[in-house]
Design a protein around this ligand. Structure first.
Ligand code: NAD
Length: 432
């Protein structure tokens, strides 16, 4: 099949590359010329494990191209994916400017029948809006499909090639067949392609993220209670996770959820409910709990230092919102570092891949250290914010020798508390 993927970010680049990997001819389009230039030079504008090799292989086989020429890509394709960003608007609703701009550009470029697929996460009713915009600019026939994406950054290729399920929202069985054909190579082990109406498909994506965020905020509240009553949230996590009705995923308390999806999708869903005269009480609380959670480590740090951290030097390990990605959108590290700076502390940061992104956010307001141990030099505390594997088993003796005060705030509960305390550290975790 000939495919255009418009928007070459975390989702578009992975989707386009994986479709090329199964033999399709794919053109990935972006309006960001520097992104396309980087890709044409054989480099990647983002970090995603395994993606670079896959991109290079498919480019070499002429199955994958990169371009800023949207009309040409649309004209040479049957299926056009819209995978542009849908950031939160000022009022929390999903900003559809990019999606609708692409819809207009597709409408103006049509030269025959097209399947237009909303891959971006968009509120209920967007596929109908896209159809309206495309139809305003063309007489050519087309269908609009909702096909939300569930990949996780850091494991995006695996998720795309082996999805738990594929959701396709469309009204016409013939279009459903085209989508099934496209996804067939990824569901050979029997995972389902669920065909449903467009509105349900659009809402399924938000419901999934809302449920996952709810589990995290629930566990963060449990962790707080554990600290009050002297229980350990880790035991509780394992104890409930083994119940098959609950399952073990997304039960880890921490420094708050972040990323480009959960925060904005929760806000957008709340807004959709509000527009329909409905208050989603659970989700409102999920969001409030998370906002407070992002401040928790700094609160603990202040508490440790009798509410005065002015002049303290603080090491921060982990800047990306989760491991194996350089994505810092809505990362807890942003809130934490801003709070530290506001309180007059200085920050020495380290992250395996997100430092360039962090430089764009903080500039020279903090210092950056390629080696995580170097960030510890002369510090009054370490805040661990992202559970990168390389942070799991550090040399505690070496750390203690480098720090001025051996105090650790483990925002992901990944360090061995007993051994740290034996080494002379004061340890603070989340709910342990
Ligand atoms: P991103 O910001 O990484 O990429 C979006 C790209 O679209 C950018 O490169 C931007 O330049 C491009 N773009 C914007 N307007 C354009 C236009 N008019 N023409 C061509 N290109 C244009 O975003 P992302 O993380 O890939 O997310 C894309 C969508 O997928 C969002 O709706 C997001 O919610 C959803 N999603 C993201 C993830 C994730 O893990 N990142 C997972 C599932 C779903």
């Amino acid at each position: 099949m000939r495919i255009a993927v418009i928007g070459t970010g975390y989702v578009g680049l992975v989707a386009g590359t994986c479709f090329a990997e199964t033999g399709n001819t794919v053109i990935c389009v972006d309006k960001d010329e520097s992104k396309i230039k980087t890709l044409l030079e054989g480099e990647l504008p983002i970090y995603e494990p395994g993606l670079k090799e896959m991109v290079q292989r498919n480019v070499a086989e002429d199955r994958l191209q990169f371009s800023t020429d949207l009309p040409a890509a649309v004209q040479s394709s049957l299926v056009c994916f819209i995978a542009v960003g849908t950031p939160p608007d000022e009022d929390g609703s999903s900003d559809l400017t990019h999606v609708l701009a692409v819809a207009e550009a597709i409408g103006k470029s049509m030269n025959g029948y097209k399947v237009i697929v909303d891959k971006s996460t968009v509120p209920v009713g967007t596929a109908r809006k896209v159809a309206g915009v495309v139809g305003a600019f063309t007489e050519e026939p087309f269908d609009v499909v909702s096909n939300p994406e569930f990949l996780k950054e850091g494991a995006a290729i695996e998720d795309f090639l082996k999805p738990d399920r594929v959701i396709v929202g469309c009204d016409d069985p013939r279009v459903a067949e085209i989508m099934k054909e496209l996804y067939a190579p990824f569901v050979r082990t029997g995972n389902p392609i669920l065909i449903m109406d467009v509105e349900s498909a659009e809402l399924t994506k938000y419901a999934a993220n809302a449920m996952l965020a709810t589990r995290i905020s629930f566990m963060n509240e449990m962790a707080k209670l554990c600290e009050k009553v002297g229980a350990s949230v880790d035991g509780i996590r394992k104890g409930i996770g083994l119940d098959r009705r609950i399952g073990p995923s997304f039960l880890f308390p921490g420094a708050g959820y972040g990323g480009s999806c959960f925060p904005k999708d929760i806000k957008a869903l709340l807004k959709t409910a509000e527009e329909n005269d409905l208050e989603l009480h659970i989700l409102r609380t999920v969001e409030n709990v998370n906002e407070a959670q992002k401040c928790l480590l700094v609160d603990k740090l202040k508490n440790h230092y009798a509410n005065d951290i002015a002049g303290k030097s603080i090491a921060v390990w982990g800047l990306s919102f989760k491991p194996r990605t350089d994505d810092m959108r809505e990362a807890p590290a942003i809130t934490v570092i801003e709070l530290l700076l506001e309180a007059g502390a200085t920050v020495r940061a380290s992250d395996p891949v997100a430092m360039d992104v962090a430089r764009e956010i903080f500039g020279d307001r903090i210092t950056y250290h390629q080696k995580n141990y170097e960030a510890l030099e002369g510090t009054d505390a370490l805040l661990l914010l992202t559970e990168w594997n390389e942070f799991r088993y550090p040399d505690f003796e070496q750390m203690k020798a480098m720090m001025k005060e051996p105090v650790i705030f483990d925002g992901r509960n990944i360090l061995n508390r007993r051994r740290l305390e034996e080494t002379g550290f004061t340890y603070y975790g989340i709910g342990v």
